[in-house]
Design a binder for this molecule. Structure first.
Ligand code: GLN
Length: 494
């Protein structure tokens, strides 16, 4: 059961082969067994989860179940869930019980899914290794001496270790796709505006987007059907017709064509295969390209020359927005407040000094600096111009191809602590993923091989705006022809 797809779980629930209570208990038992070692969950509340499972069972019996009714879903601890501790991986929010549901959580509740728990993450989603969490690092189930990637490392480890069938996550510069790559999962960051940010604790609002960590494109499509949709409470939520993101996954007549990717033009970004890319990752990605060609796709060379400026532009824009967003944590309304202080200014500064970790403070300092008078034009405005150039590069590339592909991460999962003291090395992990956030485009990572030490490698795909259904279909056909997405870390599949 722990290796079943969401569709298989839904069928088992509908046929009463298993109840939601039993399914939830099964995953709670997995969490009890493995979380001590992996540290993927910050909060588990079995009673609450089982209560939700009981109402899901009633709903299934009453005959009005949807595709995800009764299915346990782990949620990144960045999403406010009413009555649940919601920490965002920070001491600042270590006492914050959310008084309301994020849009995403509300959608899953309406769908009748079960909240399985809240997953560990880098503090305020700032990081690429899950080592900045106040709750300690998450371990990669493939090798517990290595990082699972970040910032959605808890969600990734939970799904990879079969502690949850599926999880929500968020991606500001790569935080869904990079951990997906490092833990052998399918990760999807939708087009900016497709998933409401309401109740999703803000890091860099013009880049943040909620998405999915799953074991297959098929599961990711079912999740996106629940999460997406217009929400008036997020001013950048996009009002468009409801889509079935799995519609292109169905094969007419149920028989898969020999060359399902015929007519699909896959753009290979040449700049992504240069210096900095580890040879084992390059090899796995290259064989994935061969497989796409074998499935009927046409490979074309494309160039995104300004993407190399992405990391630099991102580390101006994201901290600038973070410095503004995080000003709300002042010890007054909610969150951590210093115990002793002699005046208001000291209360603010001590609360913030105690509540935020080093990486968050670094971002606030950088952000405040680049927005300050005299530096604003030199850094912030310049970075915004680069952002436009990067979006233009993609627009030009999409004249020649339907999706662009390359590696997700330059290396396989690295050792815990290996980059923790060198922020620039850490930032470079997202060199391939950041451009999609800057342009607002949808991105995915799918498992495409094993590299050094038998660790997973991810294939990165970026599609045009709202091309999620197409990307999911391409990923699905690749997954029908290969079995990389079915591999699980040793000892974790039973
Ligand atoms: N690693 C990047 C950062 O630290 C991206 C994080 C994210 O996508 N939330 O900012």
């Amino acid at each position: 059961m722990i290796n079943s797809s969401l569709k298989e779980l839904a069928i088992a629930l509908a046929l009463k082969k298993v109840s939601s209570v039993e399914l939830t208990q099964l995953f709670l038992d997995r969490i009890a067994k493995l979380n001590g070692e992996l540290n993927a969950f910050i909060t588990v509340d079995a009673e609450r989860s089982l209560a939700q499972a009981r109402s899901a069972d009633a709903r299934i019996s009453a005959g009005n179940a949807g595709p995800l009714t009764g299915i346990p879903v782990a949620h990144k601890d960045i999403f406010c869930a009413q009555g649940w501790l919601t920490t965002c991986g920070s001491k600042m929010l270590s006492n914050f019980v959310a008084p309301y549901d994020a849009h995403v959580i509300g959608r899953f509740n309406d769908a009748g899914s079960v909240i399985l728990g809240k997953t560990n993450m880098d503090e305020f989603a700032m990081g690429s290794s899950n080592e900045t969490s106040f709750y300690g690092p998450v371990k990669n189930p493939w090798n517990t001496g290595r990082v699972p990637g970040g910032s959605s490392g808890g969600s990734a480890a939970a799904v990879a270790a079969r502690m949850a069938p599926v999880a929500t996550a968020t991606d500001t510069g790569g935080s869904i796709r990079q951990p997906a790559a490092l833990t052998g999962l399918t990760g999807l960051k939708p087009t900016y505006g497709v998933v409401s940010r309401y109740g999703m604790i803000a890091f860099a609002s013009s880049l943040d987007q909620g998405g999915i960590l799953a074991r297959s494109a098929e599961d990711a499509a079912l999740m996106l059907n629940v999460m997406s949709g217009f929400d008036a409470r997020d001013s950048t939520s996009i009002d468009r017709v409801t889509e079935d993101y799995g519609r292109e996954l169905e094969v007419p007549g149920g028989v898969a064509p020999n060359l399902p990717l015929t007519g699909v033009r896959v753009g290979v970004v040449k700049e992504h295969f240069g210096a900095g890319l580890a040879p084992d990752v390059a090899r796995a990605v290259q064989s994935a390209l061969d497989e796409l060609r074998r499935l009927g796709a046409t490979l074309v060379d494309v160039s995104t020359p300004n993407a190399r400026l992405g990391v630099a532009a991102y580390y101006v824009i994201a901290p600038a927005e973070a410095s503004s967003n995080l000003s709300r944590f002042d010890g007054v309304r909610y969150g951590h407040r210093a115990k002793s202080y002699s005046n208001l200014a000291e209360m603010y500064s001590k609360s913030r000094a105690e509540g935020f970790g080093a990486e968050v403070k670094r971002r606030i300092l950088i952000g405040t600096y680049v927005l300050s008078h005299g530096y604003y034009d030199a850094y912030y405005v310049k970075a915004q111009k680069i952002r436009r150039l990067i979006a233009n590069d993609f627009a030009a590339a999409f004249k020649d191809c339907d999706i662009v592909v390359g590696p997700t991460s330059p290396t396989v999962a690295f050792e815990l602590g290996a980059k923790a003291s060198d922020p620039v090395q850490m930032y470079l992990n997202d060199v391939y993923t950041i451009p999609a956030n800057l342009a607002g485009l949808p991105g995915m990572s799918i498992p495409c091989g094993l590299g050094e030490h038998g660790l997973p490698v991810g294939l990165h795909m970026v599609g045009n705006y709202f091309a999620e259904a197409k990307m999911l279909a391409i990923a699905h056909h690749y997954q029908c022809a290969t079995d990389w997405h079915l591999r699980s870390p040793e000892g974790m599949s039973a």
